[in-house]
Write a protein that binds this ligand. Structure first.
Ligand SMILES: [Zn+2]
Length: 74
């Protein structure tokens, strides 16, 4: 086994990235996918925020505790 390069990271798809500037450890292909996922996550977060706001309107400040639980479980 050759010594492991410290900047070497194995991407979740199995590709090895050796770019020391790469903070994510993802190869460029997966980085693009991750950006798309972040976009999807942002959409999901918006949906959750809308649910939270509508719940707060229905149930008042008591629901804040429930909201904290939702966030913890994300
Ligand atoms: Zn990858």
């Amino acid at each position: 086994m050759k010594k492991k390069n410290e900047t070497e990271k194995v991407c979740r798809c199995g590709r090895i990235t050796t770019d020391p500037e790469n903070k994510t450890g993802l190869c460029p292909t997966c980085e693009k996918k991750a950006v798309n996922l972040l976009g999807a996550a942002a959409m999901a977060a918006t949906g959750i925020a809308i649910k939270i706001v509508s719940q707060m309107k229905e149930n008042g400040p008591k629901v804040v505790e429930g909201v904290i639980n939702i966030i913890k479980n994300l």
